[in-house]
Design a protein around this ligand. Sequence first.
Ligand code: 4NP
Length: 148
Amino acid sequence: MEKFREDSILFVCLGNICRSPIAEGIAKEFAKNMGIDILIESRGTSNYHVGEGACSNSISVSLEHGINITGHRAKQLSESDLEKFHHIIALDESNFLDIDHPRCIKLGEFGFNGADVPDPYHYRDRDGFLEVFRMIESAVQNLLNEKF
Ligand code: 4NP
């Protein structure tokens, strides 16, 4: 098993193809700009999309903001992930309840009064993804400022 790292963040959504890959990409970019070395990854609570790339809207909205997540491949959350990462960040309430871990916090706690990052998979058009991107960007910035 890989060692626990204090300076680590794991973002978790349902499929690990829409929201948490965006959060991972943004956090890596911010950490790089801040000059800090943090282990940053993402997972899905489900196995629905394991091995797939990020969804096309997440890729294109991220690219427009200078964040390249084309190399992402979806992984399912495992017990060992929960032992390896310090900050476990759920994208919405159902992810939070599924993860059920004392170190888990919702991303919305960082500037959005605990609100869910909406699941864009079924219902959201491209504008919806842009909204989701902006919410994640702002919350991730707050998270990094507060924790690092
Ligand atoms: P994500 O979005 O959790 O942000 O990756 C979803 C992706 C896939 C499904 C639901 C949400 N799905 O039901 O397959």
